[in-house]
Ligand binder design. Structure first.
Ligand SMILES: N[C@@H](CCC(=O)N[C@@H](CS)C(=O)NCC(=O)O)C(=O)O
Length: 192
């Protein structure tokens, strides 16, 4: 297991603290994510750290997914409560703290338009490749994965950031979005 990391990244630090608390050994590979083309991209189309590369080569991101995985990887020092109310409160703290960081990092970096568009392209290409030939994003049933994908594709089609014609570039995503729109939950919430 290898963590793609930097010493400055606060999200990486969260994962490193969790690794230490859980006493899980993990190799650290320091990477520079500043360039648009960076060594994280082959593992994570978003090109961001932290990214955890598992022994079988599968990669986990982002930090919230990684810490959930690590908390379950060892019973030692549970950091995310099992009880649902406690659990969502802890995760809300995390969402709030991470959200403050997201804003701070956007301010610090400016918006880096070219880099964001390259990230969107890689991300959409990966979503399309992973959805190809499947009825649903994950497993045999509709899940939060489909909801997240649908909200992403729907918003991109609505706002068209970067003037990119996503349905033409990735018809599989457009087809899936149309299938999701057959559900009242999606049809009633289409962006306007
Ligand atoms: N939501 C992500 C945020 C990760 C993130 O933004 N990491 C920064 C480093 S602190 C990064 O990789 N930035 C590179 C970039 O935005 O190009 C997480 O929780 O892992």
């Amino acid at each position: 297991m290898k963590l793609l990391a930097s010493h400055a990244s606060p999200y990486t630090r969260k994962v490193r603290v969790v690794l230490a608390e859980k006493k899980i050994e993990c190799e650290l590979e320091l990477v520079d994510v500043a360039p648009t083309e960076n060594p994280v991209n082959p593992h994570n189309p978003l090109g961001k750290i932290p990214t955890l590369v598992l022994d079988d080569g599968a990669a986990l991101y982002d930090s919230r997914v990684i810490v959930e995985f690590l908390d379950h990887a060892s019973p030692l020092n549970r950091l995310i409560p099992a009880e649902i109310r406690e659990r969502v409160q802890v995760r809300r703290w995390e969402a709030l703290a991470d959200g403050v960081l997201d804003a701070g990092i956007l301010v610090r970096n400016g918006f880096q338009l070219e880099k964001q568009i390259a990230r969107m392209r890689r991300g959409m290409a990966r979503l399309a490749a992973e959805l190809e030939g499947r009825p649903w994003c994950q497993g045999e049933r509709y899940s939060l994965a489909d909801i997240a994908l649908g909200c992403c594709v729907g918003w991109l089609g609505f706002r068209k950031p970067g003037d990119i014609d996503w349905p033409a570039e990735h018809p599989v995503l457009a087809r899936h979005y149309h299938k999701l729109l057959e559900r009242p939950s999606f049809a009633d919430t289409a962006p306007k």
